[in-house]
Design a protein around this ligand. Sequence first.
Ligand code: NAI
Length: 346
Amino acid sequence: MEKIKIAFFDAKPYDKIWFDKLVENYPFRLKYYENRLEGDTAVLARGCSGAIAFVNDTIDAAAIDALYNEGVRVIAMRSAGYNNIDFKHAFGKVHVLRVPAYSPNAVAEYAIALLLMLIRKTHRAYGRTRDHNFNINGLQGINLYGRTIGIVGTGKIGRIFIDICKGFGMEVVAYDPFPAKDTDIRYVTFEELCRISDIISLHCPLTKETHHIVNKKSIADMKDGAILVNTSRGALIDSGDLLAALKSKKLQGAALDVYEEETDLFFEDFSGTIIDDDTLTMLLSLPNVLITSHQAFLTDEALQNIAETTLDNLKAFFDGAPLANEICYRCVKEGTCRKDHVARCF
Ligand code: NAI
């Protein structure tokens, strides 16, 4: 039987390891492209019936139309987040599938790793000892024990992160417009969370409501010396306002795995290049800022789950089966999607 061709965009060596291992058991032939998916590159899907994409692809109207014209009827995201898709434009043309949870533990564990590194300055200590400099002046940190941490978004990742924080003996408060009912999490308003937290960690999706949820005003509400952790999406934070707050010492530090203008930078090697983003270069130059390039998900377990679920999603699509992991603008915005009744969004 001839295999169904699928265009795999933004392919990285670590993706191929698991997809190559698993795809033999599926009726697909993957055509790997290092290019990001966008209007101009969608033509690479010529001859393919589906596309696989990731978080920094630009899946706007131009990309969707170009894919549709090439005969693509399904986009399988290898991610949980989906803020880079024009869902309204995709509706009725191209089904969008995602991997709702590949390893919330991977992201939650990474968030605490970043936080610990920032507050105990282990990144600086590592550099020193490798240089045979065993001086510890300036490396003093702070304890987590007893501090209040505010969690914004108590979904899969947020709740695992809360358990980790409780293990450190921290006081946990949370804000979520849809509070979990089966927990003893202490929910407060976002304003109160800002006011009482020593550390704030973002675990909500990027939506119209959460865009720049951390801005000049919410930072002003925060405690002097508060610390910010963001392993969710860059545009939750107004980076200009964050930089100003760090320079004025209103905030004590920031640990970021995401950045609002990351699309053209993250996952690529620009060493030796002058980066045309003054806010990012300033942030990178500050000793109390840690930035990594969207790698919180990057564990063996998560990569295996991503490959398995993405291939299962595509198989369900081509088998005409119900699409549990399909998402559309109605699921996202209005909660009125008909999927519950007919197993597909359209
Ligand atoms: P989830 O869908 O399980 O939980 C999200 C939570 O945010 C829900 O409880 C929801 O009610 C809440 N929420 C929605 N609107 C909100 C608002 N306005 N304010 C506060 N909370 C709000 O999602 P999950 O799996 O926990 O992932 C969270 C986010 O983490 C994803 O949206 C994605 O952006 C990010 N992520 C980052 C990764 C990385 O490698 N850095 C990897 C995977 C996810």
